[in-house]
Design a protein around this ligand. Structure first.
Ligand SMILES: NC(=O)c1ccc[n+]([C@@H]2O[C@H](COP(=O)([O-])OP(=O)(O)OC[C@H]3O[C@@H](n4cnc5c(N)ncnc54)[C@H](O)[C@@H]3O)[C@@H](O)[C@H]2O)c1
Length: 438
């Protein structure tokens, strides 16, 4: 990364954050951000709002808040919108999601009721468990994309926004492999006109956003923008993109713990992860085709961090299994169990058990905020294409051809901070030179 100062476009107006999908994650994000603006709560879990960044040598004592170091979008200048196949406004959807207390939601009722979804691009073939009716109709997938673009233009005008970002918060679609139709923009566009079956709704929204130069983040494990054609389009339209699948509960724990065990050269024989959750996401993932997308996204993590090919004595025989079970009584309060069989000195076995009683959407909401704010920053810095420096937020980071994803959360965090330093025209910090001790 060269250290020439980046010319950041200044902020001259509001940022619209649009989410396809206005369920548990999106409504927790929107209601939470409004509560924070009203000083009812704090943006805990959001690095862009609460994190600091060291600049220069340690002796210089410069550790500003990230939001004081860089000109990020201010929470007071954010407007929310989105799409769903259920017509509920954000207040009703948040009450249904059952994540935030009714008492808190009632304090925000007026603002939340004003945010109503636009009609969704939806096809039951990709999410079999949902049955909404608030859906766009058109002759083909290209016309649907044009309708989404028209929605965006109208939203922008109505709310007087200077900039827009889109963050996919919709359900996990069935597993689709990248294929010929995804290989170039011409083929994708033709496929959309021909209603090709390998172009799911999440790809149509992504196409619409990227075509308009609107930064796009992919919060689910769907292919969505993770195809050659859309990477190409993002370069042409100068659009930052990032994905996929928010890194929240169990995978967050995995990418915190595994680098530590590896750093101490401790062996791992098995890692069994199971989840029980009872929200709508859990119901969608109860279908094997939808679970397959999630499983693929969750499984890659350990392999990359542990590098068994380099450390056969420690990780060659690692057995890694991930399950998700729909269990309605838990609602959004997911329980993530991990049983980790490790071994140490002279192969003596030990076990670690984690029982993470987490709240999925409480962990995901600050990620949505950070991604929207950092993608807007990237766009203003004219950083086009895949934003690998945002891998920190993803279970399955999208990467350029020929590269491998980085899953180690500590390496991801260093890369994130160094990119912010670079954008702000500061020296990168590698912790390798003597300056670390200065
Ligand atoms: N909560 C987490 O910790 C977490 C972590 C990683 C990924 N995710 C992913 O984020 C997504 C959202 O999770 P959630 O808990 O909010 O789920 P949810 O079921 O509460 O909300 C998803 C919403 O998307 C809507 N939707 C589905 N397809 C749509 C389409 N084509 N257009 C518009 N709306 C559509 C659904 O009607 C629903 O309201 C899921 O894909 C989930 O797998 C969540």
């Amino acid at each position: 990364m060269d250290n020439t100062k980046i010319n950041l476009k200044p902020i001259n107006g509001k940022l619209g954050i649009l989410t396809p999908g206005m369920g548990a994650v999106a409504t927790t994000f929107i209601a939470g951000t409004i509560a924070i603006k009203k000083n009812i709560g704090k943006p805990i879990g959001s690095y862009s709002q609460m994190g600091t960044i060291r600049l220069g040598k340690r002796t210089e004592g410069r550790n500003p808040l990230v939001k004081d170091f860089l000109p990020l979008a201010d929470l007071n200048d954010i407007v929310f919108g989105g799409w769903d196949l259920y017509e509920d406004n954000v207040y009703e959807a948040a009450v249904n999601a059952g994540v935030l207390d009714r008492n808190l939601l009632d304090q925000l009722k007026t603002e939340l009721e004003e945010i109503k979804p636009m009609k969704a691009v939806f096809d039951k073939q990709y999410v079999k468990k949902l049955d909404g009716t608030y859906i766009k109709e058109a002759a083909n997938k290209m016309e649907l994309a044009e309708a989404v673009m028209e929605d965006i233009r109208q939203f922008k005008e109505k709310h007087n926004c200077e900039r827009i970002v889109m963050v996919w918060c919709g359900s996990t679609e069935i597993y689709i492999r990248e294929s010929e139709v995804h290989s170039s923009i011409e083929k994708l566009e033709q496929g959309m006109r021909d209603n090709h079956k390998d172009i799911p709704p999440s790809m149509i929204y992504a196409y619409a956003a990227i075509k308009m130069g609107i930064p796009y983040a992919n919060g689910a494990p769907n292919l969505s923008c993770d195809i050659k054609a859309l990477e190409e389009l993002a370069k042409t339209t100068n659009t930052p993109i990032a994905g996929k699948d928010f890194k929240t509960g169990q995978t967050l724990m995995k990418t915190i713990l595994a680098p530590g065990l590896k750093a101490r050269s401790l062996g791992i024989r098995g890692w069994f992860s199971t989840n029980i959750l009872g929200n709508r996401d859990g119901e969608v993932l109860d279908d094997p085709d939808n679970f397959k997308s999630k499983e693929v996204s969750k499984l890659g993590v350990l392999e990359q961090i542990l590098e068994p090919e380099k450390h056969p004595d420690l990780y060659k025989d690692l057995y890694h299994k991930v399950r998700i079970n729909y269990y309605p009584p838990h609602g959004d309060n997911k329980e993530g169990w991990d049983n980790i069989d490790i071994f140490g000195w002279l192969n003596y076995p030990m076990q670690i058990k984690i029982d993470f009683l987490c709240r999925d959407s409480i962990l995901a909401a600050p990620i949505v905020l950070d991604l929207a704010i950092f993608l807007d920053l990237a766009s203003r810095a004219e950083m086009a294409g895949i934003q690998e420096w945002l891998s920190f937020y993803w279970k399955s980071p999208q990467i350029g051809e020929g590269l491998y994803p980085q899953h180690d959360i500590f390496k991801q965090f260093e890369k994130l901070k160094n990119t912010l330093r670079h954008i702000g025209g500061e020296e990168l910090i590698t912790h390798l030179g003597l300056d670390y001790y200065e």
